[in-house]
Design a protein around this ligand. Structure first.
Ligand code: SF4
Length: 275
């Protein structure tokens, strides 16, 4: 086990504990697979984290700095001008908190009692005073990125809609249309030369937040139930876990009740189920 992964979370951070919050990413996990969501939030075992996307984080940080210059000057960013969008970065005393991971904007939903939260990348404001939710994305693709039309983009759209919902619930007037600032690293140069060059595009998305409230009610029912939800049909990990578990139980039945967890320094022959 790596030093970073804790398969048994302190119950104070599980559903029912004083620190539990329903973050935007947890709502996304519920939509992806209610079983993994349940095991994570109710039983306290999250999936092992993936490798950190340091290059994407670097792009986000630099974009924030760049838009902050226009926030301070109350000026329109050239990208917005190029797309004919009349908006400037929004100034607010809570902006830094709203943008900070593990803080973000928080709203207590009366029907469920959930503290729902999300950390945004940016907010712009138009001359009518409507807030515009903005999300930064970065990738490297050959074609110019001008639309979010792949099936897997639904997660990005839901993310935007949760932010729109959170800010509306918190009393702000929010435009239905949010924007994705897409930074696409080109690979058509002759050499790396120690730098990546990005093409920025601005992609509008008209959000529909009508699914958020019913989903919160579904999440509440899921968490209050003792029944384990069904796994997602599209995920290969449960098939892997079950198959490996069955094979190991069949091969080592006598030892299965005494299976122990081995560390990398343990050279014994005892099989490790860990399933
Ligand atoms: S199907 Fe995948 S996402 Fe769902 S519980 Fe199994 S491992 Fe987790």
């Amino acid at each position: 086990m790596s030093g970073f992964y804790k398969p048994d979370r302190n119950p104070r951070w599980n559903y029912g504990g004083e620190n539990w919050r329903l973050s935007r990413s947890k709502i996304g996990l519920f939509q992806e697979c209610p079983r993994c969501f349940y095991i994570d939030n109710k039983l306290g075992t999250a999936r092992p984290p993936g490798f950190p996307f340091n290059l994407n984080s670097a792009v986000d940080t630099l974009l924030k700095k760049e838009f902050d210059i226009h926030r301070a000057g109350k000026t329109t960013h050239p990208l917005s001008k190029a797309y004919g969008l009349d908006a400037i970065p929004f100034s607010h005393a809570h902006m830094d908190v709203w943008r900070e991971n593990f803080k973000g904007i928080e709203y207590r939903h009366p029907e469920t009692g959930f503290k729902v939260s999300g950390a945004i990348d940016d907010i712009w404001v138009n001359p009518a005073g409507e807030l515009i939710i903005v999300d930064y994305k970065s990738t490297s693709k050959e074609e110019k990125i001008e639309a979010l039309d792949q099936e897997w983009h639904s997660g990005y759209k839901h993310q935007m809609e949760i932010y729109q919902w959170l800010f509306r619930q918190s009393g702000f007037t929010v435009s239905d249309t949010g924007y994705f600032v897409y930074a696409n690293a080109g690979t058509d140069k002759a050499a790396f030369d120690g730098k990546l060059e990005f093409e920025l595009t601005l992609i509008p998305y008209k959000g529909d937040t009508s699914w958020v409230e019913p989903t919160l009610i579904e999440i509440k029912a899921c968490l209050e139930s003792d029944a384990l939800p069904a796994p997602a049909s599209t995920c290969d990990y449960c098939i892997y876990r079950e198959t490996v578990g069955k094979k190991l139980m069949a091969r080592y039945p006598a030892k299965s009740s005494a299976v122990k967890r081995t560390s990398r320094s343990d050279n014994s022959d005892t099989p490790t189920l860990g399933l």
